[in-house]
Design a protein around this ligand. Structure first.
Ligand code: NOJ
Ligand code: CA
Length: 656
């Protein structure tokens, strides 16, 4: 029998811990043949035959925006070609405050694994672009908009779940992991999309949800139809209740969405769901659960995806004794979060990911306050990267922001993993809104609708934050619509709200619908080009004041958020800091975060009211706001490139 992970136990620093807390179940784990030869990369094959596919798929919506995007693709492609030769030139031209400057990238840039400094764009497909006019975003819509994404300058797309789902949690309740929800398209279309994106230099990452399935998943249906104690029930946490007649749940665990984490089935047993009742948790004590998910990984890897984003990655393993939660548990002692046994699973997955010609990427959704425990998931034989939620949740204040950045860099260094810089996602308040409030941090428990918000100030800060995130070493995630500066949509009518967080909190928590609204592409009124059918109601209504935020409205405006993202990403792609450049902090006082990277690059972020004078011997590459005079005003980031002879450059010396 296979003993999963045993062969890699000595790698990393954690003390080995047996699966199940005991060696017995480890030896019972599934025997799964990991391919030891490279699997054919279907994306590459498809790409070779279908280079013209993208323009042809632009189904209905041929607008000025699309034309612009196509033009942009040409220049992106040119940039990509020069990147391959290893001597990309910094494109610094057309945005206010930008000065033309040459930047050379060393040849070894192309040797770096792509994911170490990738810009990953998160596609919430339901809200990205609707091609068939039913008001729901779909794969055809994404294919038609690939030129937009290429022009934006992203390296990869991460798709939120696109599998068949009854949508109790926006697709995070999956009923079939190897198929595409008909609302989005077909598996064939997904393969085409993966291949077409790759021809534009864009990789694809899919979302894998191993903690739970949908109540409509065949396994759960089988469990319900099977008697207590049967193997079909072993795949879940189905247990007798407590109380005199089993009328109380097995323990007092609470759902992350609110309410108790147990629901009773017809024969009296209870099942565990850390999220909604429609999302029964899988039992990772069961070898079949291991085998199934390893097979799902291979299924998508063999369709050409470059990697997977692992949902709720720190929650899969539960203490089988189901003990109550205690305050301040020790490391690895929480009954269902960050248990040491998880690392066996991810080491196993890494072996599978590494078995492909181009090793596949594992990205973890790991919400943990302890940076050291977080970094354990990123040891060389586990996940490649994980979302940096500390940075995402950080208030727009220089002290906490600097501390968060330093802590992330320090935690990642010992495991040689790149940090990720994430400003938002489909679960949290849009930065433009969050940064426009008195309390600028993000916390689920503090989220309330009707909080006074200064959107102008929020947008200014979101621009500064975007340039900061782009300048930091590591990879970066952009949630769709942030590049347009979309605010959180509030005041969604109650009968239109979808998110279980809103329902299960009794309406106290406004839920996550406000950051999931379909994005505006063009035109003066909803659906703003999102759908070719102006009459079809969208799955979630758009606000009626989003015309100025559309792609069309922003494309040719050099002062727009979209132009800032395009410019910032273009310069970032040319790596004005060089390769593996060390970051050095510069001291401009307590209200400023400033650092130098490489020999010539400097980023200055001014949070405070006191304007900061620009160094005299450096040119501005890009600023997040217009620079009047020779100063960096409040809530503004600037990127600079020093103009002195390289050899004599000392970033500390350029202070004016
Ligand atoms: C994290 C996902 O990002 C979120 O949207 C989802 O509700 C939970 N995991 C449960 O799958
Ligand atoms: Ca559609």
């Amino acid at each position: 029998m296979l003993r999963p992970m045993r062969e890699t136990e000595e790698v990393g620093t954690a003390a080995p811990v047996a699966v199940n807390g005991d060696v017995v179940d480890v030896t019972d784990a599934p025997e799964v043949a990991v391919p030891d030869v490279a699997v054919t990369d279907r994306a590459v094959e498809l790409a070779a035959t279908d280079v013209t596919g993208v323009p042809e798929t632009g189904v209905t919506d041929v607008t000025a925006v699309a034309e612009t995007a196509v033009t942009d693709v040409t220049s992106v492609a040119e940039t990509a070609v020069s990147d391959v030769t290893g001597a990309a030139e910094a494109a610094v031209t057309d945005v206010a405050g930008v000065t033309a400057t040459d930047v050379t990238v060393a040849d070894d840039a192309i040797e770096r694994p792509w994911w170490r400094d990738a810009v990953v764009y998160q596609v919430y497909i339901r809200s990205f672009a609707d091609a068939n006019g039913d008001g729901i975003g779909d794969i055809s819509g994404v294919r038609a908009r690939l030129p937009y994404l290429a022009a934006l300058g992203v390296d990869a797309l991460w798709f939120n779940p696109w599998y068949p789902s009854p949508l109790a949690d926006a697709g995070y309740d999956i009923s079939d992991y190897r198929s595409i929800d008909p609302a989005f398209g077909t598996i064939w279309e997904a393969e085409q999309l993966i291949a077409e994106a790759r021809t534009l230099g864009i990789r694809t990452i899919v979302d894998i949800v191993p903690n739970h399935v949908s109540i409509e998943h065949p396994w759960f249906q089988e469990a319900l139809a099977s008697p207590p104690g049967s193997p079909a029930r072993e795949r879940f946490w189905l247990r007798p209740g407590t109380g005199t007649a089993g009328e109380l749940p097995p323990n007092g665990w609470q759902s992350i969405f609110g309410g108790q984490a147990w629901t009773r089935v017809a024969d009296g047993e209870w099942y565990l769901h850390l999220f909604a009742p429609e999302q029964p948790d899988l039992n990772w004590e069961d070898p079949e659960v291991w085998a199934e998910h390893e097979d799902i990984l291979r299924f998508w890897f063999e369709r050409g995806v470059a990697g997977v984003r692992i949902d709720s990655a720190a929650l899969l393993v539960k203490d089988p004794g189901l003990p109550e939660e205690v305050p301040n548990p020790g490391p690895g002692e929480h009954p269902f979060t960050d248990r040491d046994e998880l690392h066996y699973i991810y080491r196993r997955w890494r072996t599978i990911a590494d078995s492909y010609d181009e090793p596949r990427l594992l990205v973890g959704e790991v919400w943990l306050p302890d940076a050291e425990r977080f970094a354990r998931y990123l040891r060389p034989d586990e996940l490649h990267t994980a979302f940096n939620f500390d940075f995402l949740a950080c208030p727009w204040e220089p002290g906490p922001m600097l501390a968060s950045i330093k802590s992330a860099l320090a935690a990642h260094a010992p495991v040689d993993a790149p940090a990720t810089w994430v400003l938002s996602n489909h679960d949290v308040t849009r930065p433009v809104t969050r940064y426009g409030r008195v309390d600028t941090r993000f916390a689920f428990e503090a989220k309330r609708e009707g909080t006074p918000t200064d959107l102008v100030r929020g947008a200014r800060r979101a621009r500064a934050a975007a340039l900061l995130a782009m300048a930091l070493p590591g990879s970066m995630y952009i949630y769709q619509g942030d590049e347009l500066g979309l605010p959180e949509a509030e005041n969604i009518p109650t009968d239109r709200r979808q998110d279980p967080m809103w329902r299960r909190s009794g309406g106290v928590d406004p839920g996550r619908d406000g950051c999931r609204v379909p994005i505006p592409w063009s035109g003066a009124k909803p659906p703003y080009g999102f759908s070719p059918n102006d009459e079809a109601p969208l799955w979630l209504d758009q606000p009626d004041d989003w015309a100025p935020l559309s792609v069309e409205a922003q494309t040719d405006d050099p002062a727009s958020m979209l132009s800032l993202y395009r410019t910032g990403l273009r310069i970032r792609r040319d790596a004005p800091w060089g390769v593996d450049s060390e970051l050095r902090w510069l001291d401009y006082g307590d209200d400023v975060i400033a650092f130098a990277r490489g020999e010539r690059f400097i980023c200055i972020v001014n949070f405070g009211p006191q304007p900061i004078e620009l160094p005299v011997e450096a040119d501005v590459l890009v600023g997040s706001a217009e620079l009047v005079g020779n100063v960096v005003p409040q809530d503004t980031s600037v990127w600079l490139i020093q103009t002195l002879d390289r050899a004599s450059f000392d970033p500390e010396s350029i202070r004016t």
